[in-house]
Design a protein around this ligand. Structure first.
Ligand SMILES: NC(=O)c1ccc[n+]([C@@H]2O[C@H](COP(=O)([O-])OP(=O)(O)OC[C@H]3O[C@@H](n4cnc5c(N)ncnc54)[C@H](O)[C@@H]3O)[C@@H](O)[C@H]2O)c1
Ligand SMILES: [Zn+2]
Length: 670
């Protein structure tokens, strides 16, 4: 950034402060932000930078020096017994190291201490006061000095005891949140009712707690995790944060996952591990909080006007950003579904550039009211295709254009149909080139036939040159015609032929998956081929036979029967069979004994020698099942390093817990 002179700096600082105040109002008062948290953080960081560089412009009422938002008038305002601060942020490992060395420097040499690492729950802070074990008062943080009295609403939350297990005088702090799955449901309901969806669970929790009518709060799926004790009656032996968490649990609160740790390197590792494992939790986290464990030492460090010096929030990479919709186009899937896709002004989200987001279907576009030209909040979650969370309607100019679903297929021109029971529009033309292309892409994909080097661009060339008209033709391609394809050449042609040859080794269940039968994913394919172990048996299977298979319902069964009733499909299958593709299950599958037959597994943490997927395959090959959540039906929990909350749940449910070594020993025994 170019150096600013004083005047420029002052006006930039003023502009940033004004902008931040505006967004704080939207966020804290209206619970309806116009920019993503990471964009807000960027503005804030820029302001802090400038204020450091030009300390003469520092000010007590700058957003950088203040906590949260002003309480709204609708609620009784109550002064906090102690100032309720925010947390300083770390965005990477370096920031965490800086924090740790500041702590080290400010404590007397040789002082013994360690940290507690916790989840940063994506919700709203609540301060709750109990007298003699009875809930007396619940406040929001407000501006840190004064909070809003939301006791009536808080009493509707089942996870917050009205009476503690012990008759304590205690004031505590925790996070009210909405579980992830319930958050999705809540937003869907709001969209259906023509209301604006919430940008994130935090805004949803805040919007629910700050309802004037407790009935509305009661209907919202709110929950609560406690994480700090603020005041405690004299005589309780609480010296560390660990003691606090234990006391909170004893009193009847849920507390989130936590771990005691001394080394910063290890803490960084723990934090980064949780970025991957976040989806295992039933509460949303937007980072981790690292707190000095020894309460006495916290007092030595003290705090700034905004945040304590003994704690820091490590923020996960942003998953949300705002951008503009440049256009809405239609892409056609292998089942003929027309999927509207938003073409976006490219933005960086979590390290990669996002230029498209799925809009799912026409109903979804109507519900979210997405128009061409709109400013939108988009979100990336794991490997999932980015999606539009909501439209920022306040900034509409009136020039935005509504999207109209075409009534003919953009690829082949045939009429488009919509089943009244379904949200999607479909092109039903069996010869539609767009569908064909997607089918071949699926056929060649990793979990299907895994044909190395056969990507979309080569498939396009093959189709253009009319060398193939279905995926059965792939196995009859000749070296000469391939090498002649635009820019392919001898070597690549040979590589492709080799890859095709290798793909003939794929087992029968993967062949069935590769056929792209609607509703038949890889798991269904393997279930079905266990019962119907050759193509001839499968062809003759009736709906009632198929739906008798566990986990195979009517819809899947019907889809399979319809597939084999179609002559064109049978013709392709014949081509594949003639080319030597496996059309029956091979015996060698039975060589592994079904030692886990009928057993339900849950996995948590990371294993040294297997990926999740590999471990799952090993278990399933041996007759076991892997589910994602611990329940009373779970037989075994396989634990790796840095396990999630499932470990605790398994202990509660008396589930057998094994580690990787034990797992390998069991495999070796047989
Ligand atoms: N999008 C916008 O327009 C906008 C506007 C204002 C603020 N914001 C967001 O809000 C943030 C500032 O909010 P903030 O002051 O609440 O700070 P924060 O979210 O950065 O961190 C402090 C909060 O973390 C929560 N928390 C969760 N788990 C915790 C745990 N285990 N221990 C302690 N605290 C825990 C508490 O509610 C606490 O108040 C900004 O960084 C920004 O991301 C966004
Ligand atoms: Zn078509």
């Amino acid at each position: 950034m170019a150096e600013l002179d004083k005047r420029e700096a002052k006006s930039e600082i003023d502009r940033l402060r004004e902008e931040l105040r505006y967004h704080e109002y939207k966020y804290y008062v209206e619970d309806n932000p116009e920019i993503s948290d990471s964009e807000y953080d960027e503005l804030m960081n820029r302001l802090i930078e400038l204020e450091e560089e030009f300390p003469e412009f520092k000010s007590e009422d700058s957003p950088s020096a203040r906590v949260g938002g002003r309480p709204i008038d609708a609620f009784e305002k109550v002064e906090h017994s102690q100032q309720m601060l925010s947390l300083d942020n770390a965005f990477n490992g370096e920031d965490l190291k800086d924090f740790a060395s500041r702590v080290e420097k400010n404590l007397a040499a040789g002082t013994e201490y360690d940290y507690i690492v916790e989840h940063k729950i994506d919700g709203l802070a609540l301060i709750i006061r109990y007298e003699n074990g009875s809930l007396k008062l619940a406040l929001t943080r407000g501006d840190g000095q004064v909070g809003e009295n939301v006791t009536a609403n808080v009493k509707t939350i089942a996870a917050i005891p009205l009476k503690l297990n012990r008759e304590l005088d205690i004031e505590l702090r925790g996070e009210v949140y909405i579980p992830e799955d319930r958050f999705k449901e809540l937003n869907e309901k709001r969209l259906d009712a023509g209301q604006e969806p919430f940008a994130n669970p935090r805004n949803a929790a805040a919007g629910s707690i700050r309802q004037l009518d407790p009935k509305i709060a009661a209907e919202r799926p709110l929950s609560f995790l406690a994480y700090d004790i603020i005041n405690l009656e004299a005589g309780e032996q609480v010296k560390t944060h660990l003691d606090e968490l234990e006391l909170l649990e004893e009193a009847g609160f849920k507390v989130g996952w936590y771990q005691q740790e001394r080394s910063v390197e290890r803490i960084i590792e723990i934090c980064n591990n949780w970025i991957e494992k976040e989806e295992e939790l039933n509460y949303g986290i937007d980072g981790m909080v690292i707190k000095l464990n020894q309460l006495e030492l916290r007092e030595e460090l003290g705090s700034t006007s905004k945040a304590p010096r003994w704690a820091i929030a490590y923020k996960f990479p942003a998953q949300q950003k705002t951008t503009f919709v440049k256009d809405i186009i239609i892409s056609i899937g292998r089942t003929g579904a027309l999927t509207p896709t938003a073409i976006l002004e490219p933005v960086e989200v979590d390290g990669s550039t996002v230029s498209r987001a799925t809009l799912h279907n026409e109903d979804e576009i109507r519900r979210k009211d997405v128009r061409i030209g709109d400013k939108v909040l988009i979100q990336k979650a794991g490997d999932i295709i980015p999606e539009v969370v909501k439209v920022i309607k306040d900034v509409r100019t009136g020039d935005e254009q509504e999207f109209i679903m075409p009534d003919s297929c953009p690829a082949c021109g045939s009429e488009v149909f919509k089943d009244p029971d379904e949200a999607v529009h479909r092109c039903l033309n069996v010869g539609c080139p767009a569908k064909l292309r997607e089918k071949i892409i699926h056929f060649a994909s990793r979990d299907a036939m895994n044909i190395d080097g056969l990507g979309p661009s080569i498939i396009d060339k093959l189709l253009e040159a009319e060398l193939i008209s279905d995926f059965g033709d792939l196995y009859y391609l000749e070296h000469g015609e391939l090498a002649d394809l635009e820019r392919l050449g001898d070597k690549s042609a040979q590589n492709l032929l080799d890859a095709l040859k290798r793909s003939k080794e794929r087992p029968f269940d993967r062949v069935i998956y590769a056929l792209g039968i609607r509703h038949v994913g890889s798991r269904t394919a393997s279930l079905v081929t266990e019962e119907f172990s050759s193509i001839d048996e499968l062809k003759d299977a009736r709906i009632q036979d198929l739906s008798a298979i566990n986990e195979v319902g009517e819809v899947i069964a019907e889809s399979i029967v319809n597939f084999f009733a179609n002559d064109e499909n049978l013709e392709v299958i014949n081509k594949l069979a003639d080319a030597g593709i496996k059309m029956r299950l091979e015996e060698d599958k039975d060589e592994v004994k079904e030692i886990f037959s009928g057993m339900n597994f849950v996995l948590t943490g990371s294993l040294d020698n297997y990926t999740r997927k590999e471990a799952k395959e090993i278990i399933e090959d041996r007759g076991g099942r892997v589910t994602s959540a611990v329940s009373s039906k779970t037989d075994i929990l396989l634990v790796g390093a840095n396990p999630g909350s499932k470990l605790g749940q398994a202990e509660e449910n008396n589930v057998r817990i094994i580690d990787e070594t034990e797992f390998e020993n069991i495999l070796k025994e047989v």
